[in-house]
Design a protein around this ligand. Structure first.
Ligand SMILES: Nc1nc2c(ncn2[C@@H]2O[C@H](COP(=O)(O)OP(=O)(O)O)[C@@H](O)[C@H]2O)c(=O)[nH]1
Ligand SMILES: [Mg+2]
Length: 579
């Protein structure tokens, strides 16, 4: 199924066209039929020649009902823009077109109707200045051109990108009503994802259960986007559901009360314009919420919402102020830090600057993680930032920005040096980290720190110069772990006899005969490597396998023998002792 909204000035023939295409009455209310004017959203559907079904969301064109219009337009992927040949481009033609552009609806048709009343040329020429979509000229009254319109709708719907059927559900409710014996039913346009009977979802933050589903008037066990869908909810009172609320996949969305956005205006707003925008309505999906706007930098602003909405980075929405043109907004951050200190707004503006112009990308997961320092993987995903491709340090479901990680690592090293054997929990508190696992991962990534018995071992509380020298040795041996430095190089690294002695006593270094110094653990690692040979080996074999020299391998093997990690078979061959 595809879903198409109508758009265009009042009385230009939108509802008449929907009626002619579907044989269904889009004006649902008696008042609408009496007045011959659409007030609220109407719904109708038909099957095209291809077999594709298309549902129409028929919107009101009157200026007084723009909020209703936007609730219909908000979640749809395509639009049938209707213009009366005898009326031309009028106020709500312009307003609806601005809304379409602001919401980023790219696909549609320009339908010039009432062509039985007047030749379409002049109206079409006017519309062409704005709308670049394929054109069909018709009459909703005589039926002239409707076959061509159907064919154009088939082409349009056939070319629409397929939404992700596995995406989390965010159904913007556009109607809620009660059916006797069934209870509360909500309807909406499902832009992505799949709904199934029995699903557990969230309605206004409360868990609800899907009792049954309908699409285009037919019961269905599951409905996949794009679709018009009616959802029967178990145990929900009629007054608990209303237009503008959402049905959400649990844990996949974050209620957002403050969002940083870019304003997709042609250029930076003039200061007086910005002032006029301080109070506005934010429209997204079927919701309209009052917001306060605080300009940040050129083209960016912080919105404070009167009620939270499930927003994601990259969402498009629009802002309306009274008597002001519509402005499209693009959500850049849904968990911005509070602007407390002086200069905080300027700093924030600078962070947002690379995303401030209409053609700019939206922040990716790495950027959002850098802003936040650390975040839970699931939270990043719920913010709309895919953490899958992120190469960031991680533990316990948390991701840490590499810069923050390095800083935390330094602080942990200092903490452990100042307070040898500090408990992991104390370090966690001191660094304000959310989990012990993060502390342990930090220690593990920062030799010579290690964790034993719930405490952080900084190598026996050694002074920082000793720890630093050991760190330099580890760095030196990163590529060739058994190429122990010669005496002169040891001195250059700061590993004097006194330093080596202290570090070795603290268990950080392995001191072998002949002045060979290796990091602690090099012996067990060597035994593992030699075991991989899977056969008895000579000293020359070991030297090759470990990528080192005779100067190192002879004392190393003697040490392994002494520790019982290796065993001599004769005066040539050894084996790795069984573990
Ligand atoms: N002659 C003629 N009248 C039309 C045509 N389409 C709509 N109308 C009339 O124009 C008026 C407004 O039509 P309607 O569909 O309600 O417009 P909407 O406000 O855009 O939904 C109604 O009186 C219709 O009968 C058409 O193609 N030809
Ligand atoms: Mg109408």
């Amino acid at each position: 199924m595809q879903v198409i909204a109508t758009a265009g000035h009042v009385d230009h023939g939108k509802s008449t066209l929907v009626r002619a295409l579907t044989g269904m009455e889009p004006d649902r209310w008696a008042e609408e039929r009496r007045r011959g004017m659409t007030i609220d959203l109407g719904f109708a559907w038909t099957t095209l020649a291809s077999g594709r079904r298309v549902a129409f969301v028929d919107v009101p064109g009157h200026a007084r009902f723009v909020t209703n219009m936007l609730a219909g337009l908000g979640p749809v992927p395509a639009v049938m823009f209707v213009l009366a040949a005898d009326q031309g481009w009028q106020a709500q033609s312009q307003e609806h077109w601005e809304a379409i552009r602001a919401l980023g609806v790219e696909h549609g048709l320009l339908v010039v109707t009432r062509c039985d009343l007047m030749e379409p040329g002049p109206a079409l020429a006017e519309a062409r200045e704005h709308v670049g979509w394929p054109v069909v000229t018709v009459s909703g009254s005589t039926g002239q051109g409707l076959d061509l319109l159907r064919a154009a709708l088939d082409r349009l719907t056939g070319a629409l990108p397929a939404p992700d059927a596995a995406a989390p559900v965010r159904l913007w409710i556009d109607r809620a009503f009660t059916i006797k014996g069934a209870g509360t039913v909500v309807t909406g346009t499902l832009p992505a994802g799949t709904l199934r009977a029995g699903d557990r979802l969230l309605l206004a933050g409360e868990p609800v259960r899907v009792r049954g589903l309908q699409a285009l008037g037919e019961p269905s066990p599951q409905v996949t986007a794009t679709a018009r869908v009616a959802v029967n909810l178990r145990g929900v009172g009629r007054d608990q559901a209303a237009r503008g609320m959402t049905l959400l996949t649990p844990d996949a969305w974050l209620p957002t009360g403050i969002a940083d956005v870019r304003l997709d205006t042609a250029g930076p707003m003039a200061a007086d314009q910005e002032r006029a925008w301080r109070e506005a309505m934010l429209h997204i999906g079927s919701a309209s919420v009052a917001v306060r706007m605080r300009p940040l930098g050129a083209g960016t602003a912080r919105l404070t919402l009167a009620r939270p909405l499930p927003l994601r980075v990259g969402d498009r929405a629009l802002l309306r102020g009274s008597g002001r043109p519509i402005v499209g907004v693009r959500v850049l951050d849904v968990r911005p830090a509070p602007l407390r200190r002086t200069g905080a707004a300027r700093t924030r503006a600078a962070e947002l600057a690379p995303f401030a112009a209409p053609g700019d990308p939206v922040p990716d997961a790495a950027t959002v993680l850098r802003w936040r320092g650390m975040a839970q993987r699931a939270e990043l995903a719920a913010m709309g930032c895919d953490p899958a491709a992120l190469a960031a340090p991680a533990a316990d479901g948390w991701l840490v920005d590499p810069g923050t990680w390095a800083e935390l690592s330094d602080r942990l090293a200092a903490l452990a040096a100042a307070q040898p054997g500090i408990p992991v929990d104390a370090a966690r508190t001191a660094l304000a980290l959310p989990t012990r696992g993060l502390v342990e991962a930090l220690a593990g990534s920062r030799p010579p720190l290690s964790v034993a018995d719930g405490r952080i071992d900084a190598g026996g509380g050694l002074p920082e110069p000793v720890l630093a020298a050991v760190g330099r040795l580890r760095a030196e041996l990163a590529a060739a772990p058994y190429r122990a430095p010669e005496a002169a190089r040891l001195t250059e690294l700061g590993l004097t006899a006194r330093v080596v002695g202290a570090a070795a006593r603290a268990g950080l270094l392995l001191r072998l005969a002949g002045g060979v110094v290796l990091p602690a653990g090099a012996d067990t690692a060597a035994a593992r490597r030699l075991a991989e040979l899977g056969r008895p080996f000579t000293a020359a074999d070991a030297r090759t396998a470990l990528g080192t020299t005779r100067r190192v391998v002879i004392p190393l093997l003697e040490h392994l023998d002494a520790r019982g990690l290796t065993r001599r078979l004769d005066d040539r061959l050894r084996v790795v002792a069984a573990p």
